[in-house]
Design a protein around this ligand. Sequence first.
Ligand code: ADP
Ligand code: MG
Length: 330
Amino acid sequence: MSLTLLLCSFLLIFRQSFSQETLFQLEHEEFLLGTLVEFKVIHDDFGEAQNSILQAVSEIQRIENLISPYIFSSEVYQINANPGKFVKVSSETLELCQKSCELAKLTNSAFEPTLGAVLEKWNFNALEPKKPSQEILDALVKKVGYSKIQFKNDSIKVDFEMKLDFGGIGKGFAVDKAILILKKNGIKSALINAGGDIFCFGKNSEGKKWKIGIKNPEKSDKNLGTVEISDFAVATSGNYERNFVENGIFYHHILNPKTGLPSQTCKSVTVLAKTCELADALATAIFVLGAENGIELVETLEKTEAFVVDGNGNLFFSKGFKDFGFSEGF
Ligand code: ADP
Ligand code: MG
């Protein structure tokens, strides 16, 4: 997209004084990483705010061009297209892949970055997705497993019939990288929301912590509640994001890596964490682990909280979740 178009689509929300200071709130939306990414920046210099948003957009585009399994020139595409061979990658792809392996280990493979070949068969992005045959799924899940990814210096190798897919962590990873740019530029307050993977810092337009709605998985135009956070991430994984019905059966995009089938344990999982990458990956993992095991896991992690709506619609909270200004409803 051209610079002119980008600039035109900025929205200046207000110009207001807090403690004798004029602050501008700029909002911008851009289609990135297969979703609409929302940027909000509050700053005392309009030009710097605008420029920082442009840089944040470019950063997410840069990351997407490295890690998308759909972009022919991406490093992840090249790794997947060359099984059995080491493929040299950038420090970002290496970092993402290594962190993904750590998170796979932490979650006992509920979060799995090696589901690419299985996800390709499901093809949730197709106009009319279809459930793959059980034989195909059974054969492909045997190839899944983060411990089979091989690293050598700055190169990565996958096995035949195994592919990488960072769909469960990539948005969080990219949000963190874009936030780093905003912080480096000295931006006072900002929020980036990549389809439910959010990081915010500073204060909102009312001078308070940012208030984030958690969607009701059964009525996605309604909120189950809100949390109030700053310099923190919140990510929600829901079965309402990508799904289809075939022969009366509901299928969605978060798979149990052991079976290759959509996990039925939850309807939505919201995780609060220090980084968006961690919140994103854990939300996906807990969706597979289920409420009880998932909450047990976050209780072992510092500054990490979870809120789960299980498959029957029951709500579960980790001990400290409600301390993040949780209030029910809108
Ligand atoms: P969303 O993309 O809606 O934010 P998630 O963060 O849960 O939701 O990511 C879901 C995506 O992650 C899927 O579209 C797929 O690419 C990938 N994925 C599906 N199941 C798993 C899993 N068990 N572990 C890791 N990634 C997964
Ligand atoms: Mg996720």
